[in-house]
Design a protein around this ligand. Structure first.
Ligand SMILES: Cc1cc2nc3c(=O)[nH]c(=O)nc-3n(C[C@H](O)[C@H](O)[C@H](O)COP(=O)(O)O)c2cc1C
Length: 314
């Protein structure tokens, strides 16, 4: 599965990841309040194309009624040809960012399993789609309560739980607590998805065998590297997988950019895509020059020219 990442997991990244074998993606989080207020930008983030496979739509918030209303609205899907309703509504219970946490949203929900129960019950009652949750190991080292939160979510009707094995205080650093993911897996009866620091087939296989999880979810490791999904799927089948060639990287990175431009226009897509394109070519000869070049590029053809110039560095 492809993890939700604000500013990254857009439609383009989801489509490309699906081409490399991802079975399920989750959108960037959208604010339940903004959905209920009818914010247009938020609706654009929530668009799911018919060419994306299964996609969960993630909402964040803290008020059960608002979350339920937002889920009801979003479950209908984006009303335009080519777009489809989500496969599930996912509830963000892991965002560590101060602004979200201090509003009682994201990972702050883990301070209150009763509230988790209320939110999941309300949202489940409002939509016929499956409702899923994404949690962390806990708020901090003194409060590792993923099992309690997962059980609250399950008893309220959640159909799947993704666990990022870090506390809120860890943010994205320090090591992932695989033990807690395993404990969650052994405590609930719904599918548990393991997440955190999967960067290659070895870490993927290790996560699966250690935790016994029903699936794995990958975030940062897949930025500019959708090839990782192919590598892991091959490893699961016991097969070797060739490294992507420079030509393939060029082809896939430009197709991701084209998709993003179709969706958002060059003015938005190009500045957003710079960090992703740089990741496609990390460590390649000429990548520093490429980064500088795309940082000042403002059209597709300029980016393309810069990317293609890597071929002459071979
Ligand atoms: C830039 C960035 C944005 C993120 N945005 C979200 C988000 O919107 N919703 C969410 O549940 N998690 C979000 N996450 C967390 C990831 O989904 C994932 O749990 C985390 O990065 C650990 O997985 P990884 O090591 O595979 O990246 C974000 C992470 C990053 C780095």
């Amino acid at each position: 599965m492809l993890a939700p990442m604000a500013g990254y997991t857009d439609r383009a990244m989801r489509v490309v990841s699906q081409r490399f074998g991802v079975e399920y993606s989750v959108t960037e989080m959208v604010s339940a309040k903004a959905v209920v207020f009818g914010d247009k930008k938020t609706f654009n983030l929530a668009r799911i194309g018919a060419d994306e496979g299964k996609v969960g739509l993630q909402i964040f918030g803290s008020e059960p009624d608002v979350m339920a209303k937002a889920a009801e609205i979003l479950a209908e899907g984006y009303k335009e040809e080519g777009y489809v309703p989500p496969s599930a509504i996912d509830i963000n219970m892991g965002c560590p960012v101060h602004k979200i946490f201090s509003n009682g949203e994201g990972s702050s929900l883990m301070k209150n399993p009763e509230l988790i129960y209320k939110i999941v019950s309300k949202v489940s009652g409002a939509v016929s789609l499956p409702v899923t949750v994404k949690i962390r190991s806990g708020v901090d080292d003194a409060h590792i309560n993923a099992v309690e939160c997962a059980m609250a979510a399950e008893s309220a009707g959640a159909k799947m739980i993704c666990v990022h094995g870090r506390t809120r205080t860890q943010m994205y650093s320090g090591s992932v607590n695989k033990e807690i993911i395993k404990n969650v897996k052994n405590s609930v009866h719904i599918p548990v998805i393991a997440n955190g620091d999967i960067i290659d087939s070895a870490s993927a296989l290790d996560m699966i065998s250690y935790t016994g999880a029903d699936g794995i979810m990958i975030g940062r490791g897949a930025v500019g590297n959708p090839f990782l999904f192919r590598e892991i799927i091959s490893a699961l089948d016991g097969k070797e997988c060739p490294e992507p060639t420079l030509e393939e990287r060029i082809d896939v990175s430009l197709s991701e950019l084209k998709l993003a431009i179709e969706d958002k226009g060059e003015g938005v897509a190009i500045p957003e895509a710079r960090k992703k394109i740089a990741c496609y070519f990390k460590g390649f000869r000429g990548s520093a020059v490429l980064r500088a070049g795309i940082n000042s590029a403002s059209s597709y053809s300029e980016v393309e020219k810069n990317v293609l110039s890597l071929l002459s560095e071979k």
